[in-house]
Structure formats: structure tokens, C-alpha cells
Design a protein. Structure first.
Length: 142
């Protein structure tokens, strides 16, 4: 298969060629990949309305919080957009979660039946764009 891994129908599939070609801490990398893919099993997607970057970023947020962060991930505030996905969005969600512990879990709960950027206002009192701007200012990017 192409790529690293994917989750489908409550199953996680990992690429043997990815594992075979990985140099470094294979156990740590595969554990991190499994945290990411397991998140896709339980997370809501707003009935298909949630931006893909947020879906992937939330999965990497779980990986981040579990302590399986590859060295090549961006620094907090890095990237071009809050919903760029993967490491960029994971670091943004980590910032949001620092403002309100449990934020990511609450956001996931809200995404059960749909999605709106207004969820950020409801949970944190600021728009997602305001939060992204603050994140970048706090890290010296902007």
C-alpha cells in the first residue's frame, strides 16, 4: 500500500514497506502511528463536514500528547493555516487545549453531527482565526 497507515471499518492497516524502510526508533514511530490511527476509530467527522486538516490534526494531537512526536514536526505556531493538518494543526490544538483542558475532547463531541468554525467561539470565546493569530504571536511567528 502507499503511505504509512490508514484506519477503516475499525481496523488499522500499516504499510510493511514503510516499517521496513524506517530508520530510527521503529517501535516509537509505529506506536505513534497507532495512536494517530486509533484516534480515527473514535473521532467524529461532523458527518463529513469537518475539514480534513482538522481530522488529521486531532489524530496527531493525540500522538503529541502521548509523547510520540517525530523530530521533523513543526514548532508551535509553524505552518501556513490552522487547519493545514497533521503536525501544524496538532500544535495549534495543543495551544487551544492549554486554554481549556479537555478542549479537543469537547470539540470532538461537538463534531458528532456537523461542524462549524463557531465551535471554537463556543468553547474558547474567540474565533479560530483569532486563536491562530495569538498562537503565531506567542511563538514569535507573524
Amino acid at each position: 500500500m502507499d503511505g504509512v497507515a490508514y484506519a477503516s471499518n475499525n481496523e488499522i492497516h500499516v504499510s510493511a514497506s514503510y516499517i521496513g524502510g524506517y530508520s530510527g526508533d521503529v517501535k516509537g514511530e509505529i506506536t505513534g502511528v497507532l495512536y494517530h490511527e486509533m484516534t480515527h476509530i473514535w473521532q467524529w467527522n461532523g458527518n463529513g463536514q469537518t475539514p480534513g486538516g482538522l481530522i488529521e490534526g486531532a489524530a496527531n494531537f493525540v500522538r503529541l500528547r502521548a509523547g510520540y512526536v517525530p523530530s521533523h514536526w513543526v514548532k508551535p505556531g509553524g505552518g501556513d493555516r490552522w487547519d493545514q493538518g497533521y503536525d501544524v494543526t496538532a500544535k495549534f490544538l495543543d495551544y487551544c487545549n492549554s486554554l481549556k483542558d479537555g478542549f479537543v475532547a469537547e470539540l470532538n463531541k461537538m463534531m458528532r453531527t456537523g461542524y462549524s468554525n463557531d465551535f471554537f467561539v463556543q468553547l474558547l470565546g474567540k474565533t479560530v482565526d483569532q486563536l491562530w493569530s495569538i498562537t503565531r504571536q506567542n511563538t514569535g511567528i507573524n
